[in-house]
Structures are given as structure tokens and as C-alpha cells.
Design a binder for this molecule. Structure first.
Ligand SMILES: *C/C=C(C)/C=C/C=C(C)/C=C/C1=C(C)CCCC1(C)C
Length: 248
């Protein structure tokens, strides 16, 4: 029985970096989720929801990564649809984190909805360019529209309402918001890079990687790195904020 179980596993060959990063991503997201969930018990009550959301983000990603790893290994294809399902669930939850850390100083539901709407707009237009009209002539236009939503989120967290609220919420929240804002500006910029590498015509109609298999592999690897950096990194910023505030 045990032997049969092992024999049924499709091995990841040494040069399959795509499947390998899906595998490591699965493990990292699982480990991060266990960490955030177990730490809930020693987290100050007022930060518990924020740390719980950190765990939910990595947990949702872990389940998707487990599936995407198998999908990629079995079919050799990029799991584009489930990638976007994952993002549609987790990126709005990252927006919820901004709302939660500024809630005590008056962040509103309307601000939360602005962030969520912008993130959904960013992802839906990205999906259209990547999966529905992935052609030289229009994929970059959808990518550019997606970029506008992205810059709106950057604006809100760096200079807009989120930044203003965080500035009034004491030095710990202000510092955490600054770090999260850097994640949005630099960490999230990894994704358009993956889009440009992987989508036909992703760079203003130009094709950077000519071979379709290489292009899709590059895209998956870049997205997988982006997810590990951003989902776990975001969670750790929230976690360290909750520790500072617990000590105070
Ligand atoms: C955990 C997943 C995260 C943080 C995903 C973030 C995704 C983005 C910031 C995607 C942005 C895109 C653009 C700005 C333009 C091209 C299309 C996208 C969707 C890759």
C-alpha cells in the first residue's frame, strides 16, 4: 500500500523550477499559516483579528498552491485560473489589513470598499489580458488598465486616506503602515514583471520571451516568488506590530 502510494507520485525533475517553486511555495504558506494560527493565543485581543487575517491569507494560498503544484506537475500548464482565484481572495484580505490597523482612528467601510474595489479591478483586468485576450495587440492594454488600479492603491496607502489615518494612529501603526506601503510599491511590482514576461505582447505589444513554454515558466516562477515575499512578508509585519503593541 505504502509502496503504491509513493509510486503514484509524479516526481519533480531537477530542472523543473516551476513545479519546484510551487512545491516550496506550498510548504512556506503552510508553515506560515501554522505559525500565525498558533500565535493567536498569545496575541493581545485588539490585534487578534489582524493576525487571524494574516493566517487566513497564507492558508488560502497554501490550499491553492497545493492544487496548483499538482496541476502544473500533471499537465505542464500554468494554472492561470486558480492563480487568479487565489489572488481574488487574498489581495482583498490584504486590503482588510489596512482597514483593521487604522480602524481605531476612524477608517471607514467606504475606505475599505475603495481598496477592495481597486484590487478586484486590478485583478479582473489582469486576468482578461492574461487569459481571455492574450494577444500582442491588446494584452498590454489590459495590463496598463490593471496598472492604473494598482497605482490607485499605492496612492491610498502612501499619501491618501490610509497614510493619513496611520499617521494619527501612533508610531507603531505608522511604522507598520510604512513597511506595508513598501511591500505594495516594491513587492507588488513583481507581478507586472511576471505579466510582461509571460503574456504575449505584455510590454506595449512587445514580446520579451519568444518561446511560449519559457514565457509561461518565467511568469509562474516570478509570480511564485512574489506570493511568498508578499503574503508571508505582509503577515510578519502585522505580527510584529501585534508584538510591539502587546509589549507596550
Ligand atoms: C498574494 C497576491 C498578491 C499580493 C497579488 C498581487 C497582484 C498584483 C499586484 C498584480 C498586478 C498586475 C498589474 C499591476 C498589471 C498586470 C496584471 C497584474 C494583475 C499582474
Amino acid at each position: 500500500m505504502l509502496q503504491q502510494f509513493f509510486l503514484e507520485i509524479t516526481p519533480i525533475s531537477n530542472d523543473n523550477y516551476v513545479a519546484f517553486t510551487f512545491f516550496v511555495g506550498t510548504m512556506a504558506m503552510m508553515a506560515a499559516s501554522v505559525f500565525f494560527f498558533f500565535e493567536l493565543g498569545n496575541t493581545d485581543k485588539k490585534w487578534r483579528t489582524s493576525v487571524l487575517v494574516s493566517g487566513l491569507i497564507t492558508f488560502i494560498a497554501a490550499v491553492h498552491y497545493y492544487y496548483m503544484r499538482g496541476y502544473n506537475l500533471e499537465t505542464g500548464q500554468s494554472p492561470t485560473f486558480f492563480r487568479y482565484v487565489d489572488w481574488l481572495l487574498t489581495v482583498p484580505l490584504m486590503c482588510v489589513e489596512f482597514y483593521l490597523i487604522t480602524k481605531k482612528v476612524g477608517s471607514t467601510q467606504s475606505l475599505l470598499w475603495k481598496l477592495i474595489a481597486a484590487s478586484v479591478g486590478m485583478l479582473v483586468t489582469g486576468y482578461v489580458g492574461e487569459a481571455i485576450y492574450p494577444t500582442e495587440s491588446v494584452s498590454w492594454v489590459w495590463g496598463a488598465i490593471s496598472g492604473l488600479f494598482y497605482f490607485y492603491i499605492v496612492y491610498l496607502v502612501w499619501f491618501g486616506e490610509v497614510a493619513k489615518l496611520a499617521g494619527n494612529a501612533g508610531p507603531d501603526v505608522a511604522a507598520a503602515n510604512k513597511t506595508l506601503a513598501w511591500f505594495v510599491l516594491v513587492g507588488w511590482a513583481i507581478y507586472p514583471l511576471g505579466y510582461i514576461l509571460g503574456t504575449k505582447g505584455g510590454l506595449f505589444g512587445m514580446q520579451l520571451v519568444a518561446d511560449p513554454a519559457a514565457a509561461s515558466a518565467a511568469m509562474d516562477i516570478v509570480y511564485n516568488i512574489g506570493d511568498a515575499v508578499n503574503k508571508i512578508g505582509f503577515g510578519l509585519v502585522i505580527y510584529s506590530l501585534s508584538r510591539k503593541a502587546s509589549a507596550a
